[in-house]
Design a protein around this ligand. Structure first.
Ligand SMILES: [Zn+2]
Length: 139
């Protein structure tokens, strides 16, 4: 799997969490990235160009992306384990240097410089308080 989209997803998710207090739902990656979030605000009003610019600004900081394993006990002090099955005791952390840390088992780049620019194509409402963002790499 192309590791650029999953890494961009963490960055977009973090920006949306900080700005709008969203909760991340499902994500899928194919030729295009899909991120669904839950929000009580109407996220169709988000200016996609702003979100895209913010994301690309973070990417352009060439941040190191570390991956490591923590025990569940250690991990729960640092990250939200809500989406990790209770029986999983070894938690893989994806740590984007001084920006974001979250549990994830997907493939990710080693440095955000590998992502290049991304484009946020659309946001639509796909259910009550549920919004879907589509994004892609710029090639
Ligand atoms: Zn991930």
């Amino acid at each position: 799997m192309d590791p650029r989209l999953p890494t961009a997803e963490h960055i977009i998710a973090k920006i949306l969490e900080d700005r709008f207090d969203v909760k991340v739902g499902i994500c899928k990656f194919d030729d295009i990235g899909l991120l669904e979030v839950y929000s009580r605000l109407d996220l169709r009003e988000v200016v996609l160009e702003d979100l895209e610019n913010q994301t690309n600004k973070i990417i352009s900081n060439n941040l190191v992306v570390k991956k490591y394993i923590l025990s569940r006990e250690e991990a729960e002090k640092e990250v939200d384990l809500r989406k990790v099955p209770k029986k999983t005791q070894e938690i893989r952390i994806v740590d984007i240097q001084e920006f974001d840390k979250r549990p994830c088992a997907d493939n990710h780049v080693d440095n955000t410089s590998e992502i290049g620019k991304i484009r946020i194509k659309s946001v639509e409402r796909v259910g009550k308080d549920r919004y879907r963002f589509l994004f892609e790499t710029n090639d």
